[in-house]
Design a protein around this ligand. Structure first.
Ligand SMILES: Nc1ncnc2c1ncn2[C@@H]1O[C@H](COP(=O)(O)OP(=O)(O)O)[C@@H](O)[C@H]1O
Ligand SMILES: [Mg+2]
Length: 302
């Protein structure tokens, strides 16, 4: 049985369709990402999953239970970490965890034990008495994650867990999430960071304008829509352009720069290296950012 089964989800706000016929499934133990630019419909989709936003149409089952009929039973098995800081600023770190446990009717002794474990796991023990107001963005996010895990959820839902964090905090959050993954927790996260999805996720969908435009494992998507190997050439000359045409080389011409999609260590790569890399050439592995830009275009968004 899948943990999430979403079929033809639609969410309308008046005449505007924010989520437009989205279907996907998440299996137990999977790390699944909704990746997409701002406004793609990621938050709206996961708000339907955690029951904060009724569907306009479609079917949604979590743990095999219908989101409409069984919301209460589903809710007690979910952990949610919203994008904005939803901690209580006047309470301490530890109090935020304990207060939250009351919603789940946890026994106080159990809640205290669980809070201690989570403070330890998120390296917050030293800050247990600090007021939330005093925490940096990274610490606050770790506390929010800890809180989402208080009631030992079977599914953790994270909306942009690292947006706005500095690189150290971001990597700390990633490490903790990877540790949770090892324990077999099912996680759905949204992000607009391609590297985050690539680093953390087993599988992802790319959303744009309320629709899913690609789905797969990161490596599959990279080979399908970009390439394992990418060559970027600044100031491409006519000779190179002729070669690209003649050999029908997969590429994007950005004017000042040409991006070539190639097999790693293949003949094309060798030819380019030997014949056309007089000025500036960069050889690198293909990544999800290439996939994303190829699918959604390079133009600026609103
Ligand atoms: N409550 C709402 N009322 C009207 N429009 C909304 C509402 N919530 C989201 N939207 C719109 O739906 C679109 C998708 O938003 P959202 O799901 O927040 O995108 P993302 O999380 O991918 O950035 C956006 O254009 C946003 O303005
Ligand atoms: Mg969002």
């Amino acid at each position: 049985m899948n943990i999430i089964e979403a079929r033809h989800l639609i969410k309308r706000f008046g005449p505007f369709t924010a989520v437009d016929d989205v279907s996907f499934a998440v299996a137990a133990g999977e790390f699944f990402a909704l990746l997409g630019p701002n406004g793609a419909g990621k938050t709206t989709t996961i708000r339907m999953i955690y029951g904060f936003s009724p569907l306009s149409a479609g079917e949604l089952a979590i743990f095999g239970l219908d989101i409409g009929a069984d919301w209460r039973r589903i809710r007690s098995r979910l952990g949610v970490c919203q994008q904005e800081n939803t901690l209580d600023p006047d309470l301490t770190v530890a109090q935020n965890l304990l207060i939250y446990s009351r919603y789940f009717e946890m026994k106080p002794a159990v809640a205290r034990g669980r809070a201690e474990e989570l403070l330890e796991f998120f390296a917050l023990t030293g800050r247990r008495g600090a007021k939330v107001m005093e925490l940096s963005g990274g610490l606050a996010k770790r506390l929010q994650l800890a809180r989402a895990l208080m009631a030992e959820p079977e599914l953790l839902i994270l909306d942009e867990p690292t947006t706005g964090l500095d690189p150290q905090s971001r990597h700390q959050v990633w490490d903790r999430l990877l540790a949770l993954k090892k324990r077999g927790l099912t996680v759905v996260l949204t992000t607009h960071y391609m590297d985050e999805a690539e680093h953390l996720c087993d599988r992802l969908v790319i959303m744009d304008h309320g629709r899913i435009i690609a789905e797969g494992r990161p490596r599959e998507l990279i080979t399908r829509h970009a390439a394992e190997s990418v060559i970027e050439i600044e100031g491409p000359g006519e000779e190179l352009k002729g070669y690209i045409r003649e050999h029908q080389v997969e590429h994007d011409d950005l004017g000042e720069r040409i991006i070539i999609y190639a097999e790693p260590r293949g003949e094309l790569e060798r030819q380019i290296r030997e014949r056309f890399c007089v000025a500036s050439c960069r050889f690198r592995a293909g990544n999800l950012e290439d996939v994303f830009l190829r699918l959604t275009g390079r133009g600026l968004r609103e």
